[in-house]
Each structure stands twice: as C-alpha cells, then as structure tokens.
Design a protein around this ligand. Structure first.
Ligand SMILES: *Cc1c(COP(=O)(O)O)cnc(C)c1O
Length: 352
C-alpha cells in the first residue's frame, strides 16, 4: 500500500530528531543524561504558567477561544500594539503561512544552512524549494538572497540562525524587504537571547512576518505554542487557512502565565549569556559566536556523528548538524543547559 503515499514523504526521511535522552541513558547505563541537543529551556515552566494551565484544564470540556483572544491580549501587553496570530508551535505558524500564500508549484526561498522544517513544510505543500546558500562564514549575502527571491511569494530567513547562531542585522533585513515582492518570514525563535529588535520593521513594511515561539526562553516546548507578528492584510486570510481550534486552551493559558513572568525570562537570559561566553572561551575546538541559547562547534577532523556518539557515552546528549542541508558533517550544536550539564559537557569536550 506504500504506493499510496505521496512522493515527498516516501522518498525522503522527513524531520531529523535528536536521539532521546531515555535511549542514551539505557544504551550507556547512565542515570542522568545532560540534555543539550534540542535548545530547550532546562528549567521547568514558570509557576505562573503551570497555575494558569491547571485552571484552564478544568474548563477543557469547552473548545478554545476561536482566535486565542486572551493570548493575543497578553502578547499586546508584552510587545505593544502589533497584530498577532498563533499556532501549534512556530512550526504550526510556518505551515499555516505557507498554506495561506503558496500555490503548488510556486517557489519558496530558504536561506541555508538552517532549520530544516521550512523546506520540508514547503515541499509537503507542493512548493518548489529554492535553497540559497549563505557565505562561507554563514553570513547572508543580501544581493544573492534578493536575486533568488525574484518571482517568489515567500522566503524564509532565520535570525539568530539555527544551527550557526549568527544574526542578520536589521538594516540588512530592511534592504531585503525593500527589494523583494513576496513575503519574508523572519524566524526569531532565539531572539530573546540576542540584543537585536526587528519589531520596528513591522511598522514600516507590509511584507514581513516575525515568527516567535514559547518553546525556548519561555520553557513551554511540550505545550507547543507559537505565534507571529503579521501585517494587517494577512491576518484574516491566515485564519481562513488555519486548522480550527488548533492551539489548545491549556497551552494558550500557560503561555499567558509565562509571558507575565518577566523576572524568569531575564534570569534565563542572563544564565544563557554567561554560559555561552564560557563555551566560546573553553571549548577546545573552533566555535562560532552565537546570539542564541546554543553554540555550533566545528569538530573536524572528526565528524559530528562520531562526536555525538562519544559525548553520549559520557552522558551528554548534543546534536550532530549532519542533517542540516548544506552544512557538511563536521559540526555539532550544543545547547546551554543547567550548570551541571554544562560542566559535564565542557569536561567531556576537553577529554575527547
Ligand atoms: C525550535 C525552533 C522553532 C520551532 O519552535 P516550536 O514553536 O517549538 O515549533 C522554529 N524555528 C527554529 C529556528 C527553531 O529552532
């Protein structure tokens, strides 16, 4: 019956996941694995988020608010007067934006190497994916990117970029926005760890979407909450394209609680910035400066896969970057974890 499956799924592997911590623990007989493979927040969610979710759970017999209005209001309090849409993770937002604007056969541009889901989701919707390589130092060449965007309705740019960690300056984003006719989806999953603000660009450009997630600094990865700043014209069409009631009421309530706990956000950010610098200073391999909660490391002449295995044997789970299209096999990506996890990683890296 496999012949029934669409070619885009039967012929490729799909999204590549890191090994699970449970599998690593079992394989190597280790009690507690340092989980540094998925850029999560190592601390549990804010108590405010947990409480709000528990209250919402008691009313879970009802469908959620159709437009997640309480979450939108909380986002306006947090960010100011912008237009927002929500989704099941930023992944859900990405998919819905593609559904809203891209017809089968149309071009979708992706700046690579980067997060693989843009290309996978676009291909699954029948789009023609055009990968535009970054320069050798992983910076974006705006002219090459703009040229590739000619005739495309949608382009993806990740900043800070996963897995390389570097950002694109707002001035360069603005240059791209002025030149391109289509919509630019700027993925800001890690923006809270960077000292950059792209939000003012929303006031000046009608072709910009800023993708955000509650999975990283807000510690809600398991609840799948994403959202985006969108231009006014896009909002009603996004809602037509979206799955009805996609975001659960419990998840939305947790997000409202997490957004209110600004102290916790600041603590997380300080913790990440301190450790990020220590990683750059102490890892005995070539590291890349990062604006995110992870650091990419060049482990040549070893391969990323080999180093992931060796670190796993020492109870440290990190991500090999081999599955990121266009990056080659010599990089690993290591998330900033709790103190004990980071210490264990540094010791293991020094003894490789
Ligand atoms: C984690 C991540 C996301 C997805 O976040 P979810 O909200 O958990 O779906 C999107 N983009 C990038 C670059 C990410 O690293």
């Amino acid at each position: 019956m496999r012949r029934l499956v669409r070619a885009c799924f039967s012929g490729s592997e799909g999204y590549s996941y890191a090994k699970s911590a449970e599998d690593v623990a079992r394989e190597h007989g280790i009690d507690r694995v340092a989980r540094l493979a998925s850029n999560e927040n190592p601390r549990p969610p804010s108590p405010a988020a947990v409480e709000a979710a528990a209250v919402a759970l008691q009313a879970a017999n009802r469908y959620p608010d159709t437009r997640a209005a309480p979450l939108i209001d909380a986002l306006r309090r947090y960010h100011g007067d912008y237009r927002f849409v929500t989704g099941v993770g930023m992944d859900g937002v990405i998919e819905t934006v593609i559904r809203t604007v891209v017809e089968p056969g149309e071009a979708v541009v992706v700046s690579t190497p980067t997060f693989s889901f843009y290309g996978l989701a676009a291909a699954a919707h029948g789009a023609r994916v055009i990968n535009v390589p970054r320069r050798e130092d992983f910076s974006v060449d705006p002219e090459v990117f703009i040229e590739a965007c000619r005739g495309a309705k949608l382009a993806f740019l990740c900043s800070p970029n996963n897995p390389t960690g570097n950002s694109v300056l707002p001035e360069m984003v603005e240059e791209i926005l002025e030149e391109m006719e289509g919509l630019l989806f700027l993925d800001n999953a890690y923006i809270d760890f960077a000292d950059i603000d792209y939000r003012p660009l929303m006031r000046r450009h009608e072709n910009l979407v800023l993708g955000r997630t509650m999975s990283k600094i807000f510690a809600l990865a398991g609840l799948r909450v994403g959202y985006a700043f969108v231009p006014e014209w896009l909002e009603p069409f996004y809602h037509r394209a979206a799955t009805p009631f996609a975001l659960s009421s419990v998840s939305a309530a947790a997000a409202v609680g997490a957004l209110a706990d600004t102290d916790r956000v600041r603590e997380t950010c300080d913790h990440v910035k301190q450790w990020r610098q220590r990683f750059l200073d102490e890892v005995p391999f070539r590291t890349y400066p990062s604006d995110a909660n992870f650091v990419m490391i060049d482990v040549a002449p070893r391969t990323g896969d080999e180093v992931v295995e060796r670190l796993a044997a020492r109870g440290v789970l990190v991500r090999s970057c081999t599955s990121f299209p266009g990056l080659g096999n010599r990089y690993i990506r290591v998330s900033i974890g709790e103190d004990w996890e980071n210490v264990r990683f540094l010791e293991a890296a020094k003894n490789l």
